[in-house]
Structures are given as structure tokens and as C-alpha cells.
Design a protein around this ligand. Structure first.
Ligand code: NAD
Length: 527
């Protein structure tokens, strides 16, 4: 087996592959043309984030079996193109969690004791002991926002500093938090009670500018904020104002909205800010860990063993793929609807395959369902391969069952998802490649192709309700392209309404909708 390493990886990883009898060439800094010229000679390619593995490179790599990314993000690899060619793309998740957690802890010490400022002062010949009066950590409250892999390691370590650790992560199970003695609380309470806030959420639609003027105002006077997650989760303009006014005593940032930050970024001029150049994962151990993980994957492939951390699934037999593909799309959409209706809280998933589809590789369909359920919460950290171990790590119960018989359809997918205090059951079927349909939501019979912008709502079945919704949307220039009322039983009671809209309804319009007489709730979902 011949491996090309085109970005610098630790020597230990190269040696590990060589010791396993693999022929390794380390050639970093190749131009795109050079890479395309030599790639046909190799069975495996190992990269970090530098090499752009485009569809063109993949096309040229006639012998390629695996592309290994020594790190987590695979944005620099055209995973779709690789999948089509049957090439496995593997990454090394989790290898840098401890390093990033330790940086966050270091940042907490740094802001509390103004260590970097004191270092510069001494080095510039001063001895300003009064200026660097700090804050003790013992007994203080620290709020961990996002209790995933990194947040968990941070919380665990902070407990040993005799700090009172609270956390906000509505999507993680209580039992996981209890394991390390951390109390899960609503965001507002975490903001109000914490002396330090440390952020460990992924960047998603929901977390973008999650920390802005309103959140800073809720925080304790003189609190500190630490962001070692992703730029853009904290609104830098609002942070500058909060630090300048003294509302916040200090901030520590490893990440920025745009990296490197412009020298005009006013945050850089503030005395009470500590900052580093996105070095959370930059430790020898983290680099070795991800390097060795990838080396191990390459060795596995050379021995014909399965890959542990693939981000794409092996290509399926085309006839099987054709059959299950529409169900994979349907399942992902069902997952999205269930997640939205349960406020993204998922504790258990039960999926039943009925009829002809039960004879196929339904595992792929279940994975797609999990993707739909988790993507909004975990962002780019989740893929068709990682979704099963990640769901298990998050204590989500997954139950799959099959039955050969169906009543009305050739095949039927029946999904029940449990949230914290409620559950939802959705049924769907497929009539063709593009014709995947949802036919039941809870007890309500519907029939629609889940594609487009939908509002799902429960309402009282009485005259005038639907008209009021139409008027509200018309007033706000939102065009209703279609409407389904899934009626259960006769006139009256609570019924389900599905609105297909051409325009994305702003949040205030959705809020106004829920305030209309007869409307119980309303959820917007992009399908
Ligand atoms: P993870 O997916 O394991 O955990 C993220 C957690 O955030 C999950 O438990 C999820 O439930 C929670 N979450 C999602 N949306 C939330 C919300 N709106 N409110 C509260 N909680 C929410 O991810 P991870 O590996 O722990 O990474 C955490 C962050 O650290 C990511 O942004 C990642 O990109 C970043 N990171 C930074 C560096 C660095 O060099 N600074 C290195 C590695 C990772």
C-alpha cells in the first residue's frame, strides 16, 4: 500500500504506518497541479486542513481507497465526490477535546488573575503589584454552555477547583450531567448566577450570536466570558461594549468572527481581554492523537479491516441504493419535523419498518433519521457515520423493529420520538425516487411531500381560525402556497394544520400566530 501525506503530521504517525509495512511519502506544500499529477500512484492520502481534496483530485486518484483527515473538520475534502467513487473519508474526532478543555481552563485562570497582562508588564520593566489584583476561583460559580465532549471535560476539571459548576445544554441528558455533579439549568439562570461563563457549543443557526447585548445584560456585573468554541457565537460588537462599560470584567477569546481578526477590531485594544490565535487543539498530544488515529485507519484499510471513524458510508449496491435512497430522505425529513416539534430535545427514538422496505439495509435509513434529529443541535459534528455513537454517548435510546406486513402501503416507516415531556409519532412511505410522503403525524392523517418551508400548528376546529391565520400572513406579505388540515374525528376538537409558505416567516409573525384565538402552537420547519 502506498500513502501520500500532503500536510505535516507527527513523525510518530508516519513511523506507525511504516512499521506496519506501508510505503509512505511525505510531500507537503504541493500545488494543485502537482497533487493531481502524482495522486494516481497512491492508495491513500493523508491531509490536515491545508490540502484541498477537490473532485478533480479524487477523480485523478484512480487507486485511492481512503482519504484520512488528521483532525475533525472535513470541509477541505469533497466527501460527496469521494463517496461516489467508493473512497472512504476518515477523520479523528474527539482527539483534541482534552487539549481544548485545558485551554479553556487556562483562559479562566488567565482572565481571573490577569496573567498575560502581568507577564507583559514585568517584561516591559515594570513591577505593578497593585494593578494586577485578581479573583480567586474557589467558591465561584462557573456556567458551562454546551456540555458535549469539550464542555464535559471542562466541567469535570472545574469541579476539582472547588468551583460551583452549573451548565446549560437543553439537549443533553440529565444523567450525563449528574455523572460529574453538574446541575443543568435554563440559560437565563446560568447567565444570572455565573461569575464565569465558558462556551462550548457548536456553531449552528441557533448559536450564532447566542451571546449578544441581551445576554450580557443578564449576566452578573463583573462576570467573565470565555469563548474557545467558534467565532460568531459571541457578538463581538456587543462584547466590546460590555467590556468597555465594565459590565463584564473580562473576556478570553481563542476564536473570532473572522480569523485572524482585523487589527481594527476594537476588542484587541481592550486591557481586560485575553486572547490566543485559535490554538485549542494545538498541543503536541492532540496532534499526535489525531495523527495516530489516522495512521491506524490507514493500517486497517491496508489489512482489509473496517474503518472506525469514517465520515461517509461505503457505497451500496446501486439497486439497493435506489430502493433505500428515498427512504433515507424521508427519514431525515421525519427527523427534522420531530426535532422541531420537540424543541430539539430527543431522548428516545423508536423506528419500525413495515412491508417491503424491512428486507433492506434499514440501518442506513435509521442513520438518516438520527441525522435529521441531531443536525440542528450538533451542526457539522454529526454525519451518517458518527450519528450512532454520538446518539449513544448522549444516552439517546434507539430501538429498531421490522415487520413484513403492512395494511395499505407496500412499505411504511413509523417513527416515534420522545422528548422530555412529550413524544411525536410520524409515518411515511415512498412511491418513487422523488415521491416520499408523510402520511400521518400523531393521530392526524396528512399526505404531503416534505419539501419546502412548512408551518405545523395545532388549532381548535372552529369557524374563523384558518381565516385569521390567512389574514395575519397576508398582512405580513407571506404567501401561503398550500395548506392541509389533518382532521381527526368529526367537527370540533384539536386539529393539525400544515401550511406551505413561499416566504420564511419572521419569528414575531410566528409568535403572533400562536397568540391568535384558536391557535395552540406553531413550528416553522425548512424541509
Ligand atoms: P459536541 O458536539 O461534542 O458538543 C456540543 C454540545 O453543545 C452538545 O452537547 C449540544 O447538545 C450542545 N448544544 C448545541 N446547541 C446548543 C445550544 N443552543 N445551547 C446549549 N447547548 C447546545 O462538540 P465539542 O467537540 O464539545 O465542541 C464544542 C465546540 O468547540 C465546537 O464549537 C467546536 O467547533 C469547538 N472546538 C474548538 C477548538 C479550538 O481550537 N478552539 C477545538 C475543537 C473544538
Amino acid at each position: 500500500m502506498k500513502v501520500l501525506v500532503s500536510d505535516p503530521i507527527p513523525e510518530e504517525a508516519v513511523l506507525m504506518m511504516k512499521n506496519a509495512g506501508i510505503d509512505v511519502d511525505v510531500r507537503t506544500g504541493l500545488s494543485k497541479e502537482e497533487l493531481i499529477e502524482i495522486i494516481p500512484n497512491y492508495d491513500a492520502l493523508v491531509v490536515r486542513s491545508g490540502t484541498k481534496v477537490t473532485a478533480e483530485v479524487i477523480e485523478a486518484g484512480k487507486r485511492l481507497k481512503i482519504i484520512g483527515r488528521a483532525g475533525v473538520g472535513v470541509d477541505n475534502i469533497d466527501v460527496g465526490a469521494a463517496t461516489q467513487k467508493g473512497i472512504v473519508v476518515a477523520n479523528a474526532p474527539g482527539g483534541n477535546s482534552v487539549s481544548t478543555a485545558e485551554l479553556a481552563i487556562g483562559m479562566i485562570f488567565s482572565v481571573a488573575r490577569k496573567i498575560p497582562q502581568a507577564v507583559s508588564s514585568v517584561k516591559s520593566g515594570k513591577w505593578e503589584r497593585k494593578k494586577f489584583m485578581g479573583t480567586e476561583l474557589k467558591g465561584k460559580t462557573v456556567g458551562v454552555v454546551g456540555l458535549g465532549r469539550i464542555g464535559f471535560e471542562v466541567a469535570k476539571r472545574l469541579r476539582s477547583l472547588e468551583m460551583n459548576v452549573i451548565a446549560y445544554d437543553p439537549y443533553i441528558s440529565e444523567s450525563k450531567a449528574r455523572e460529574i455533579g453538574v446541575e443543568l439549568l435554563p440559560l437565563e439562570e446560568v447567565l444570572r448566577r455565573s461569575d464565569f461563563i465558558t462556551i462550548h457549543v457548536p456553531k449552528t443557526r441557533e448559536t450564532e450570536k447566542m451571546f449578544s447585548k441581551k445576554e450580557f445584560e443578564m449576566m452578573k456585573d463583573g462576570a467573565y466570558i470565555i469563548n474557545c468554541a467558534r467565532g460568531g457565537i459571541v457578538d463581538e460588537g456587543a462584547l466590546y461594549e460590555a467590556l468597555k462599560s465594565g459590565k463584564l470584567a473580562g473576556a478570553a477569546l481563542d476564536v473570532y468572527e473572522s480569523e485572524p481578526p482585523s487589527m481594527d477590531n476594537p476588542i484587541l485594544s481592550l486591557e481586560n481581554t485575553v486572547t490566543t490565535p485559535h490554538i485549542g487543539a494545538s498541543t503536541r498530544e492532540a496532534q499526535i492523537s489525531v495523527g495516530l488515529t489516522i495512521a491506524e485507519e490507514i493500517i486497517n484499510v491496508s489489512k482489509g479491516l473496517p474503518v472506525r471513524n469514517a465520515v461517509n458510508l461505503p457505497s451500496l449496491d446501486p439497486t439497493v441504493y435506489e430502493k433505500i435512497f428515498p427512504y433515507m430522505i424521508l427519514a431525515e425529513k421525519i427527523g427534522k419535523i420531530a426535532s422541531a416539534r420537540l424543541n430539539k430535545v430527543v431522548r428516545a427514538v423508536k423506528v419500525t419498518y413495515r412491508g417491503a422496505i424491512s428486507a433492506y439495509e434499514t440501518n442506513y435509513i435509521t442513520r438518516s433519521l438520527l441525522m435529521g434529529l441531531l443536525k440542528e443541535v450538533l451542526g457539522p459534528n454529526i454525519n451518517l457515520v458518527s450519528c450512532i455513537p454520538v446518539a449513544k454517548e448522549r444516552r439517546i435510546k434507539i430501538e429498531e423493529s421490522k415487520s413484513e406486513s403492512t395494511e395499505y402501503y407496500e412499505s411504511l416507516l413509523e417513527v416515534t420520538v420522545e422528548g422530555d415531556d412529550r413524544s411525536i409519532t410520524i409515518e411515511g412511505t415512498c412511491f418513487g425516487k422523488e415521491d416520499y410522503r408523510i402520511i400521518k403525524i400523531d393521530k392526524y392523517k396528512v399526505d404531503f411531500i416534505p419539501k419546502g418551508n412548512y408551518i405545523i400548528s395545532l388549532h381548535e376546529d372552529k369557524p374563523g381560525v384558518i381565516g385569521r391565520v390567512g389574514t395575519l400572513f397576508g398582512r405580513n406579505n407571506i404567501n401561503i402556497a398550500g395548506m392541509i388540515v389533518g382532521r381527526h374525528g368529526g367537527r370540533g376538537g384539536i386539529q393539525l394544520m400544515l401550511l406551505l409558505v413561499d416566504d420564511v416567516p419572521p419569528e414575531n409573525v410566528l409568535n403572533q400566530m400562536t397568540e391568535l384565538d384558536g391557535i395552540l402552537d406553531a413550528t416553522y420547519i425548512e424541509l
